[in-house]
Design a protein around this ligand. Structure first.
Ligand SMILES: C[S@@+](CC[C@H](N)C(=O)[O-])C[C@H]1O[C@@H](n2cnc3c(N)ncnc32)[C@H](O)[C@@H]1O
Length: 317
């Protein structure tokens, strides 16, 4: 039986969701199911904020709006681009961000912790300096600036393209006075600066996952995802350098996706605190300045084995 032509907003949402289900799309860039993604698409086409759709469900979109919905549906299915890129919007920690393919779509679980001001591990009134390492769209640095109104935030990324997007967002949130964007290979340009909170959602995808990810991820910058064979290339560098950039009461908060087992195998001496988020309790860790100091005194298994390999190579030559 031919499906009925949708008429109301509610019917359009149902129709879009059915198209998405039939196309077997992947969700994970702002929603996790066809119905929510359909509601987001329709609200975007109608110029309504996603949370405001409920009061418009019985409206009848006019022809130009119906055409916008149709074009977006075909683009989402035909290109497999995340909807955030088609609408140029993403939501993170309750805030709206401009996005395009120069940055990944903000979705870090760390947003939930920022909204709670990292309680109970951080004494919020004492936070005056925050570092967002690998800032991408600027979402975490901007959310931290909102959560800690007395703090100055440094937000760094190695990608000039990402920083151009971050600049748009810093300006849209009127935070140019408190959020400083810098191009840097991790801590490279930060000198001796120390921070009360260092927060990071670095690249952490291992080589096997990178090769098998759904097509939606192919639209995101590889630089933002790929982190070597075991997914730890960037995290290992952060752990090594962070002790030199934390204040005495500072904390480091890092998202590592599904790299927890690899991380714990590599750093058995580090007492990672795995923080619970809606995604579970194995993808965001927190370490205090004191806890992370042990990394300077013990060599990780990975670096020990890398240096053994280097020694063997030298002997062979
Ligand atoms: C997973 S994305 C996170 C972006 C943003 N924080 C978020 O949560 O949406 C990682 C970011 O790290 C940046 N990056 C990759 N290597 C870097 C490096 N060596 N130094 C600084 N930033 C780097 C990428 O350009 C990308 O924007």
């Amino acid at each position: 039986m031919k499906p009925a032509t949708p008429r109301t907003v509610s019917e359009h949402v149902a129709w879009v969701a059915a198209r998405f289900r039939a196309a077997r799309l992947y969700y994970g860039h702002g929603t996790d199911n066809a119905a929510d993604e359909a509601a987001w698409l329709v609200s975007g086409a109608l110029g309504i904020e996603p949370g405001g759709l409920d009061t418009h469900l019985m409206d009848v979109p006019h022809p130009a709006e119906r055409e916008r919905i149709r074009v977006l549906v075909e683009a989402r299915i035909g290109t497999r681009k995340p909807l955030a890129y088609l609408l140029h919007e993403a939501w993170f920690a309750g805030l709206k961000f401009y996005v395009d393919e120069r940055v990944i779509v903000p979705r870090s679980l760390t947003g939930e912790l920022i909204l709670e001001r990292f309680a109970p591990w951080v004494d919020a009134p004492r936070v005056t300096r925050v570092l967002d390492l690998c800032t991408g769209s600027g979402c975490m640095g901007i959310a931290c600036a909102q959560a800690f109104p007395q703090a100055r935030v440094d937000a760094v990324d190695i990608s000039a393209d990402a920083l151009a997007v971050a600049r748009i967002n810093v300006e849209r949130h009127a935070l140019a006075g408190r959020v400083r964007l810098m191009r840097s290979d991790l801590f490279a340009v930060l000198g001796q600066r120390r921070y009360d909170v260092i927060v990071s959602n670095p690249p952490y995808v291992d080589a096997r996952d990178l090769a098998t990810m759904p097509p939606e991820y192919g639209h995101e910058p590889t630089l933002a995802l790929a982190a070597g064979r075991d997914g730890l290339d960037m995290v290992a560098r952060i752990l090594r350098a962070a002790p030199g950039h934390l204040s005495a009461h500072g904390v480091l908060v890092v998202e590592v996706g599904n790299s927890r087992p690899a991380l714990e195998r590599t750093y058995p001496q580090v007492p990672f605190l795995w923080v619970t988020t809606s995604g579970g309790d194995d993808s965001v860790f927190l370490l205090s300045a004191r806890q992370i100091a042990v990394i300077g005194t013990h060599r990780s298994r990975a670096s020990a084995s890398r240096s053994r390999t280097r020694q063997k190579r030298r002997i062979k030559r």
